[in-house]
Design a protein around this ligand. Structure first.
Ligand SMILES: *Cc1c(COP(=O)(O)O)cnc(C)c1O
Length: 457
């Protein structure tokens, strides 16, 4: 049978683009556990969540049964500025590796924020605007989410207050300036501007901050400022819902050419790009229509899936947010200075956690220097300068392709290339100068942090 020639890049026309997001939870037999009120340990009600998030987003967050949510026309129009994103057949990488595997990647770095985060940022900003709010607050680690949200808010004319993890604020001044171009205000976290920030600084004045601290500050400001709500760039069900656009587009593009992936690989920080990429494929798997091997890749320095515990935990360091049941390293866990800032979160999406717990997907962790080696190998043949986060997926995709070379299997591999690494050149510099470390937390460190988990039975 002769194979249809697959182009290097498969694009979709505007008409072929998805008109609804897919809610993976609708097809899950074991639903993700509900968020709990940290005071009462009862499931968070819609009214309680309404004080923190926009009404429409709370509805999406709590809906475990509706399979499709129509994408509002305004959001679809915004998507058209930078979507559909290309699905690339990595012919050059395949040739360089000498593998019979067929490798595809979905590239989400073609927008100024440089990552997939814009897919959810525009949705969250749109619902906030629609509700008549003045602005939103959020945290950002490496800066991609803050940049994406500033772009969305700038477009819609919403105020945007970003709490940026202090070490990134200092190490990544360019990201900060991009946010300011789009009109956001950026505060290094922890900061003396919030009660929770002052408390954290009192305990540890020299802290370089963490995502968990920044979340606590952003939530405090949102809940104490009239007309503001808090928005989050990963982890939550609503974010996975918006990110399903990645997987839906991939599936439409692959179906057009009769291609079916055997293995789907994505990096996992809070789980949003991976949850989005796998959504329609996992849906088929859950409904018993097809089978796929799905692999989450995390850094060895912050191994929530592979060394964490499946338990209720705080989403933030300040312990002001609801509890989520997830694979976690403990909300007090501060990972070593890994260069993949977007993968330094202590927890993981409850949806992906449940799927992993039920044996529907795998997880693996990789060392930082191996990741950069893979990133460079990829950049030299495919041209794109990948983000360190994305390169975790590249590393495992290359490993799987090399296994195929040994066995002669012609497997089809799909991985998510979540973004570009132009703002990560200090990391590349450290790698080139042999100054990059591979710190892996000890069992004692993880046990100590897990010892602080809240008691929920
Ligand atoms: C934020 C980010 C990630 C990790 O976040 P997820 O929610 O796990 O997808 C991965 N890659 C890039 C480029 C990011 O900006």
């Amino acid at each position: 049978m002769s194979e249809m020639k697959i182009p290097y890049k498969i694009y979709l026309s505007e008409d072929e683009m998805p008109k609804a997001w897919y809610n993976l939870r609708a097809d899950m037999k074991n639903k993700p556990a509900p968020l709990l009120n940290p005071g009462t340990l009862q499931p968070m009600t819609r009214e309680e969540l309404d004080g923190v998030f926009c009404d429409e987003l709370v509805k999406q967050e709590l809906d475990d049964t509706t399979p499709y949510f129509e994408i509002p026309q305004e959001i679809r129009d915004f998507y058209k500025m930078y979507r559909p994103s290309p699905l690339v057949r990595a012919y050059c990488l395949e040739a360089a590796l000498g593998t019979p595997a067929k490798i595809y990647y979905k590239f989400e770095g073609n927008n100024t924020s440089g990552s997939h985060k814009l897919n959810s940022a525009i949705a969250q900003a749109y619902y906030a605007k629609n509700q008549g709010l003045k602005g939103v607050t959020t945290e950002t680690g490496a800066g991609q989410w803050g940049t994406a949200l500033s772009m969305a808010c700038g477009y819609l004319g919403l105020d945007c207050k970003v709490y940026m993890v202090k070490c990134s604020y200092e190490q990544k001044p360019f990201r900060r300036e991009v946010m300011r171009v789009y009109g956001a205000s950026v505060t290094p976290s922890p900061s003396p501007t919030t009660a929770v920030g002052r408390k954290i600084l009192e305990k540890d004045p020299n802290t370089t901050g963490s995502l968990g601290c920044a979340i606590s500050e952003a939530v405090e400001v949102a809940t104490s400022t009239p007309g503001y709500r808090y928005v989050l760039g990963s982890v939550l069900n609503q974010v996975l819902l918006h990110q399903s656009i990645i997987g839906l587009e991939s599936k439409i593009a692959m179906d057009k050419y009769g291609v079916k992936p055997d293995i789907i690989i994505g990096c996992a920080g809070g789980g949003s790009n991976l949850g989005g990429l796998i959504a329609p494929f996992m849906g088929e798997k859950l409904r018993g229509e097809a089978d796929y091997r799905i692999i989450a890749v995390e850094p060895a320095s912050c191994p929530s899936f592979t060394r964490g515990k499946f338990a209720y935990d705080f989403c933030d360091t300040g312990m002001v947010c609801p509890l989520a049941k997830m694979y976690t390293l403990g909300s007090g866990f501060i990972p070593s200075a890994n260069h993949a800032g977007g993968l330094r979160y202590h927890g993981m999406s409850s949806t992906l956690s449940q799927l992993y717990h039920d044996g529907l997907m795998e997880a693996t962790s990789v060392k930082q220097t191996d990741v950069f080696e893979a990133a460079e190998r990829f950049a030299r043949v495919e041209g794109i300068l990948p983000a360190p986060e994305s390169s975790h997926a590249i590393k495992v995709a290359i490993d799987e392709a090399l296994k195929c070379k040994e066995t002669g299997e012609e497997k089809t591999i799909l991985f998510g290339l979540t973004g570009t690494g132009y703002f990560d050149l200090y990391a590349y510099e450290a790698f080139h100068d042999g100054k990059m470390s591979d710190y892996i937390p000890t069992d004692e460190e993880i046990a100590r942090s897990l010892g602080q988990l809240p008691q929920v039975d």
